[in-house]
Design a protein. Structure first.
Lengths: 114, 110
């Protein structure tokens, strides 16, 4: 069964540095999402992406965040100047169509900011 | 905020028993979905129920939806040790935002 894959599985970065998290969504899916989950807390929506542009974003997704689909397969989340509170699991998801369809999640990238 | 809230936060049962988890939300929805998360892994979609549906079954899972009370329940029958995980409800209304609840941590004791 097709999977959403995320790399790296664990990223350790110094505060203030830029970090790029990578995702390969399922190939025939059209909608892509990023979520984060701070340890022990709920999964929080960051952004949805369709047709090469942001469809929705939450209040968490401020100017330090950006997303890109640089080629036909990768979907990236960039955090420009990381803060300690950015430490979390970041999950990528994709769905065939929009919110009425199930989302398929990757196993996440654990981001640790030192 | 649309965010759902599950209860209980934690549930511990013996293998073979049924597990019931509840989810409440705040605004009108298009659909409600239940997901499962094993420790350290991503979320896995379990079942989707649309706002015009009241009950849905999938294997050992039964989901109900009461839009008048803005609540849903997930029943897992004949639980197994492998069902041990966290379970989240997620709501979708307009737009492409999904709001996940706080989750129920289920432990099934063999």
């Amino acid at each position: 069964e097709p999977e959403v894959t995320q790399t790296p599985s664990h990223q350790v970065t110094q505060m203030g540095q830029e970090v790029i998290l990578r995702c390969v969504p399922i190939s025939n899916h059209l909608y892509f999402y990023w979520y984060r989950q701070i340890l022990g807390q709920k999964v929080e929506f960051l952004v949805s992406f369709y047709n090469n542009e942001i469809s929705e974003k939450s209040e968490i997704f401020d100017d330090q965040f950006s997303v890109e689909r640089p080629d036909g397969s990768n979907f990236t989340l960039k955090i420009r100047s990381t803060k300690l509170e950015d430490s979390a699991m970041y999950f990528c998801a994709s769905s065939v169509w929009d919110r009425v369809q199930p989302q398929h999640f990757g196993d996440g990238t654990r981001l640790s900011i030192l | 905020s649309q965010q759902g809230e599950e209860d209980p936060q934690a549930l511990s049962i013996q293998e073979g028993e049924n597990a019931t988890m509840n989810c409440s939300y705040k605004t009108s929805i298009n659909n409600l979905q239940w997901y499962r998360q094993n420790s350290g892994r991503g979320l896995v979609h379990l079942i989707l129920i649309r706002s015009n549906e009241r009950e849905k079954h999938s294997g050992r899972l039964r989901v109900t939806l009461d839009t008048s009370k803005k609540s849903s329940s997930l029943l897992i029958t004949a639980s197994r040790a492998a069902d041990t995980a966290s379970y989240f409800c997620a709501t979708a209304s307009t737009g492409n935002q999904f709001y996940f609840g706080t989750g129920t941590s289920l432990t099934v004791i063999p």
